[in-house]
Design a protein. Sequence first.
Length: 160
Amino acid sequence: MPDLHTFKILTLRVIDGDTVEVEIDRSWRDRSKKHCRVYGVDCPEKSGNEKAAGLPVKEVIILLLEKVTNSGLDLYTRSIKKGKYQGRYVGSIFWEKDGVEHDMSDFLLAHGLAKPYKRGKTPDFNDEECSKIATLCEIIIEDDVDSDILDLDGNWGSDS
């Protein structure tokens, strides 16, 4: 897992489904706050026409990252490239359990909460997609109390 571009992080704030403010721990006494745009996915925005889906996706990510850290697992980021906005970079956010990496973008895609992001502009989410995502988020948020939809082992399959 460790390489020159992989760092342990603390989640400071979930901005939306695909952007998280993190504190990057580069080494002893070398920490910095950055916005990490999660590589490879596009989530609904938390404003405008996509708000009905964007806000619930944000809540699911908050739950997921809390579950990871409350389970005693560390979160990591692997920097991919500098983002197009100042102070933001594009990278993966993941945790390691039993020697296996589990990526946040894989979680989002497996649950149908994001679209794969490819270079350029991803089409906006339409009303039908937003409605479906909002319903999926509701199920995840309600079921997480009693089930393992937010399974940290990566057994996401098609339960959602």
